[in-house]
Ligand binder design. Structure first.
Ligand code: FES
Length: 117
């Protein structure tokens, strides 16, 4: 099982776990204001290690639209397939949100169409 590390927290999750959900299951209140549908970018993370080559077309388009290409990745569009170390950018505490947003589904939405980063 791949291991996810965020700061001083680290845990293994089933292969293919949606990254945004794995981060939450580590106890980190990462944003997902659009419910994990590649629309808001509040789930974005910076990769320290293990950035995947694969990228959904929805993520690629959203990052380009927001000028974030090459700087951040959308954790709602990534599956935990290898060990990864990430730094969430926006959390409930850092943004002062009342909550983190609608719960993302277990599987990537919209239906992923894969390309390379
Ligand atoms: S883009 Fe909105 S939760 Fe990922």
């Amino acid at each position: 099982m791949p291991t996810l590390t965020v700061g001083d927290r680290s845990e293994s999750f089933p292969h293919g776990t949606r990254l945004v959900l794995a981060i939450e299951r580590l106890g980190i209140e990462i944003g997902h204001r659009c419910g994990g549908k590649a629309r808001c970018t509040t789930c974005r993370v910076e990769f320290e290690e293990g950035e995947p080559q694969a990228m959904t077309v929805a993520e690629k388009e959203k990052l380009a639209e927001k000028g974030l290409a090459g700087e951040a990745r959308l954790s709602c569009q990534i599956e935990l397939t290898d060990d990864m170390t990430v730094r969430p950018v926006m959390t409930r505490a850092s943004e002062g949100w009342p909550d983190t947003g609608p719960a993302p589904a277990e599987a990537i939405e919209p239906e992923p169409e894969w390309t390379a980063r």
